[in-house]
Design a protein around this ligand. Structure first.
Ligand SMILES: Cc1cc2nc3c(=O)[nH]c(=O)nc-3n(C[C@H](O)[C@H](O)[C@H](O)COP(=O)(O)OP(=O)(O)OC[C@H]3O[C@@H](n4cnc5c(N)ncnc54)[C@H](O)[C@@H]3O)c2cc1C
Length: 441
């Protein structure tokens, strides 16, 4: 059993790409505690199928910028978008350096694929399990670092803070039931999305926006909490639980969407929200609870080599994508809003950072362009690590201890009740934001 210290230099909450990339970019003389709710691979990062965007060359900057802004309804923060695009080749280089394998052509160059909303092929991928390939290598790297300790089954229940300064976290060990108050010079929230608060979602059910609720409780600014992306194509099922994603690159490679009479009804390569709206409209018109996706339009060899996970999962559900159309339906997929953060992941609270899907730095605007999320999470998490390193300043221990002492552990004993309350805080905030939103002109 791992014995936790009372204080670390940096605490990172989350073992997705954001948490791990922050951990491996922190200086090796800093002690780093990384925690996650269940096993480290239970993250949405691990599930990512399609790939990760990369600016192909300097000439691609304008096209990639425009595609991202158009998908985001021009509500994106242009500075963040520019930063992400210009740094994308470096992020891909960082990943290949730690062993991530992206598909390549015979001449060794990347074999880019395409997804909805992109005006050209610019997505690096590894079969249809890019997230697993990236996360596994990041985890290997993080585990090789002597200064980094990864603790599973440890749920953050709150932050320790006073006068808008963060001093660490309250966490509960899911195996022993023990509660901890752990101090840190810096705390990084990398807790992913909010799919767990919705009935139908592609996300792991454990991702319930805890950080978001905690930040709302402590007056840390959050933005666009109602900007929620619905993915157009998840495998239709009557069973409860996480919805299985049928990656956008399937449509990028030529799959067609069909109505109840097996006729095409929309351009499959439009941005996600537009395709989702078209599917929902068609379902209503047809009186059905799904539409069809026809992958037989893609060359057979391409389907087998590029989409093995999808082929197998559909077979498990009784569908042979090589021969027949499969039923698909839109489901909650991604959260564009979140804890307000700048280009370095800084929140409005001192010593508190937020990176990855839980944060909102404006890069996605109102709707995320496909395959921009892994990239964004990796880049701004790395920026956060560099920012912590450059401005490193230990906490005032007497102040931190006073904040810790003032915090009673009483309300944290019933975790299920507390997490339920957090879920409700998130749902209420979404409802309120929707009510306050002006309708689009
Ligand atoms: C099915 C699917 C396919 C996708 N495909 C792509 C794709 O092809 N390309 C792309 O760019 N994006 C894709 N995405 C989106 C992308 O995977 C995520 O947005 C991104 O990986 C988020 O990374 P993250 O590190 O912020 O969070 P995650 O990877 O979700 O990690 C969250 C971590 O936080 C931990 N956590 C949460 N709450 C607590 C708590 N209270 N205490 C302790 N730990 C906590 C969890 O245990 C987990 O370790 C996909 C998403 C899904 C669901």
């Amino acid at each position: 059993m791992i014995k936790l210290s009372k204080k670390y230099d940096v605490i990172i909450v989350g073992t997705g790409v954001a948490g791990l990339n922050c951990a491996i970019n922190l200086p090796e003389d800093k002690s780093v505690l990384v925690i996650c709710k269940k096993t480290p691979d239970m993250s949405d990062s691990y599930l990512a199928q399609g790939g990760i965007c990369c600016m192909v060359n300097d000439d691609d900057f304008e096209g990639y910028f425009e595609d991202t802004m158009r998908a985001g309804h021009y509500e994106n923060n242009p500075k963040t978008v520019e930063c992400m695009i210009k740094n994308s080749p470096q992020i891909i280089a960082d990943l290949t350096k730690i062993g991530v394998r992206f598909e390549r052509k015979a001449d060794g160059s990347y074999d880019y694929t395409r997804e909805g909303g992109h005006s050209r092929n610019r997505i690096c991928f590894h079969e249809d399990c890019t997230g697993k390939e990236i996360t596994t290598n990041l985890m290997k790297k993080a585990r090789s670092k002597k200064n980094v300790i990864i603790v599973p089954y440890m749920t953050m229940l709150d932050i320790i803070c006073k006068d808008n300064e963060c001093y660490g976290i309250v966490a509960k060990d899911g195996k022993t039931g023990k509660l901890y108050r752990i101090l840190a010079d810096y705390t990084v929230l990398a807790t992913g999305g909010i799919g767990g608060v919705f009935e139908n979602s592609t996300n792991f059910r454990i991702l319930t926006g805890d950080s978001l609720a905690i930040c709302i409780n402590h007056g840390v600014a959050v933005d666009h909490i109602n900007y929620i992306q619905i993915h157009p194509t998840t495998l239709y099922s009557k069973k409860k639980g996480r919805r299985f994603l049928i990656s956008e690159s399937v449509r990028g490679e030529g799959a067609h969407l069909l109505d109840k009479n097996f006729n095409r009804f929309t351009d499959e390569l439009q941005p996600r929200d537009v395709v989702t709206a078209a599917i929902l409209k068609q379902m209503k018109k047809d009186g059905t609870d799904h539409v069809w996706l026809d992958m037989t339009k893609i060359p057979r060899e391409e389907v087998i080599s590029h989409f093995p996970t999808i082929v197998q999962r559909c077979l498990d559900e009784g569908y042979d994508v090589l021969r027949e159309s499969i039923p698909v339906v839109p489901s909650q997929h991604y959260f564009m809003g979140g804890i307000r953060s700048d280009l370095n992941g800084k929140t409005t609270m001192q010593r508190l950072y937020a990176v990855g899907e839980t944060c909102c730095n404006g890069v996605h605007g109102k709707n995320r362009l496909a395959s921009n999320s892994l990239l964004e999470s990796l880049l701004f998490a790395k920026n956060a690590a560099i920012d912590i390193k450059n401005g490193y300043c230990p906490v005032d221990m007497p102040k931190a201890k006073a904040a810790e002492k003032a915090l009673s552990l009483e309300k944290y004993h019933n975790v299920n009740k507390l997490l339920k309350e957090y879920k409700q805080i998130v749902l209420n905030a979404i409802k309120e934001a929707n009510e306050n939103e002006q309708p689009d002109n």
